[in-house]
Design a protein around this ligand. Structure first.
Ligand SMILES: NC(=O)C1=CN([C@@H]2O[C@H](COP(=O)(O)OP(=O)(O)OC[C@H]3O[C@@H](n4cnc5c(N)ncnc54)[C@H](OP(=O)(O)O)[C@@H]3O)[C@@H](O)[C@H]2O)C=CC1
Ligand SMILES: Nc1nc2c(ncn2[C@@H]2O[C@H](COP(=O)(O)O)[C@@H](O)[C@H]2O)c(=O)[nH]1
Ligand SMILES: [K+]
Length: 479
């Protein structure tokens, strides 16, 4: 990465402050760009979903891993619940999505309660043996009594295909409608998966992030308090593929001892630790055993740290400095927080990160764990909240005595409620992944890079004024 002449900054920069300059390219197609990471986590796209309770749960983990990203389960989830989620994710099919199922005697109201849990807009009606009888979508549930039984509204013209049907053939079988679904069935005709035309296209474009046994990968976070070693051992036993040791101030001695304890549990499992924003922080965490250092203090959408404390660092410069240090030590960084547009992921990679971590943006999707709500204008949204907010701290300390809880409640560095709207044109996390990876692929070809590593090497950047950033925004309503 280099700045164009005369643009070398004397102050720290945010993503909005910088732009990428195109350069001569020999990369003929955006599909010729390999987005896989080289940080040992096995991700095939450079996107990690943040360990936030409002963002990262089992459906997010399954869906994002199938497209090559990694989801970090939050440290606030009880160890037995993490074990249960991990084994559930590991049992998912790496290509076919998990179907939502109901019985023929269930009602339209049951289907409507379930249908937005996933983006494929279908509930499959199955018999007692799990064989598909028909498919119900939202349209079939509209304009009928909510108590209508599903066998009266289900579309029985199902497309059932063997699970080993190549996605390209699934796509061709479904024809022009990207939202029609195919059902994946086993040799006994039992339902095992579901795929839309769009899902079939994605299955050809993305590569799932899988472990050595071909099962979807998942990461999990651990805090720095309590018996960290025992927690790490429990997560490894549960089958977690990457451990993330996470606390607000990652450059503290409690983190260093926690990290050493985690590293001791396994010499090979990828260990991520953070958050820091300085080269010294990176050095200390790498020395204590981190393979990847998580960078970012204050850029998060739910985060009030900078307003409360004045502490933090504009994210682009923090990532650039920390990535340079990690690279000098043969290690990596994840750019954590502040991603609002696909361009921010491209800029994090240009700065040298191996992946960008996204939280709040993904809270506003079907796959995040929260309940779906409608606002006064009828628009869909989900609630999000910060992991250092009163809401999260009070949940985390629920087993402490009242005095300790009250004491911990004094420190609040996050928002307790916010509404993350579902973009009607991109309501599923895969829609957002499509948009981000399209932006990043394109950015790579503008720089003449066919890998993420080459992109960092070749990226040429400049600094822009607020007017420069504003000029780049689309103006859909005229001016
Ligand atoms: N990236 C960011 O900008 C930030 C992220 N977060 C996220 O919030 C979640 C909760 O993290 P966290 O608040 O660290 O909670 P943890 O449960 O991980 O506890 C942090 C521990 O560190 C001690 N500590 C010392 N100094 C600090 C400090 N300045 N801030 C916080 N703890 C400190 C605390 O002691 P004591 O309570 O006695 O002081 C406590 O024992 C994590 O997921 C974290 O990533 C939170 C803030 C900023
Ligand atoms: N200071 C705080 N930071 C928080 C809190 N909850 C999460 N976070 C950080 O934000 C990123 C995600 O950033 P986003 O812009 O994509 O939402 C996450 O990974 C944490 O590092 C919080 O309560 N306070
Ligand atoms: K912020």
């Amino acid at each position: 990465m280099r700045f164009i002449e005369g643009h070398a900054p004397s102050y720290d920069l945010t993503y909005d402050d910088v732009f990428l300059v195109p350069s001569r390219s020999a990369v003929e197609s955006r599909f010729g760009v390999d987005l896989s990471t080289s940080d040992g986590t096995g991700a095939t796209i450079p996107i990690v979903v943040a360990n936030m309770t409002a963002v990262a749960g089992r459906r997010m983990a399954e869906t994002v891993a199938r497209r090559g990203g990694l989801v970090v389960l939050p440290q606030d989830v009880a160890p037995d619940a993490v074990a249960e989620i991990v084994s559930w994710v590991k049992e998912r099919h790496p290509v076919w999505d998990t179907p939502l199922t109901l019985a023929p005697g269930d009602s339209v109201a049951d289907a409507l309660n379930l249908i937005h849990k996933r983006a494929h807009n279908a509930v499959v009606v199955v018999d007692e043996d799990g064989r598909p009888l028909g498919v119900v979508d939202e349209a079939a549930c509209t304009g009928v009594d909510r108590f209508t039984r599903l066998h009266d509204v289900a579309d029985r013209r199902v497309v059932s295909l063997a699970l080993d049907t190549p996605p390209r053939d699934v796509f061709d079988r479904l024809g022009d409608d990207p939202h029609r679904v195919a059902l994946g069935v086993d040799g006994d005709g039992r339902l095992r998966g579901i795929m839309t035309g769009l899902g079939a296209l994605r299955a050809e474009v993305y590569t799932p992030a899988v472990d050595a046994e071909g099962r979807l990968r998942v990461a999990a976070a651990i805090g720095v308090n309590g018996d960290v070693r025992a927690k790490a051992e429990a997560l490894l036993k549960a089958g977690v593929d990457t451990l993330v040791v996470d606390t607000a101030h990652g450059h503290q001695e409690k983190m260093i001892s926690a990290l050493k304890a985690v590293r001791d549990t396994s010499p090979t499992v990828p260990v991520v630790a953070g958050n820091v924003v300085t080269a010294e922080g990176v050095r200390d965490l790498v020395e204590a055993g981190a393979d990847v250092v998580k960078v970012g203090v204050g850029p998060g959408a739910m985060c009030t740290t900078r307003m409360m404390t004045g502490v933090g660092r504009p994210q682009f410069s923090a990532v650039a400095e920390c990535a340079a240090q990690a690279r000098a030590l043969g290690k990596h960084v994840w750019a954590d927080g502040g991603v609002r547009h696909p361009r921010d992921v491209a800029l994090a990679l240009a700065a040298g990160a191996s992946a960008a971590m996204v939280g709040s943006w993904f809270a506003g999707t079907y796959e995040s764990p929260g309940d779906l709500h409608r606002d006064e204008q009828g628009r869909l949204y989900k609630e999000s909240f910060g992991m250092a907010s009163k809401r999260a701290v009070s949940a985390r300390t629920r087993t402490d005595n009242a005095f300790e809880r009250a004491k911990k409640g004094l420190f609040e560095e996050g928002i307790s409620t916010s509404r993350m709207r579902l973009d009607p044109t991109r309501p599923g996390v895969e829609d957002l992944l499509d948009s981000i990876t399209a932006g990043v692929r394109s950015a790579c070809t503008y720089a003449g890079a066919s890998t993420v590593e080459e992109f960092h090497e070749r990226a040429t950047l400049g600094i822009q004024s607020a007017a420069g950033f504003a000029e780049g925004r689309p103006l859909p309503a005229g001016w």
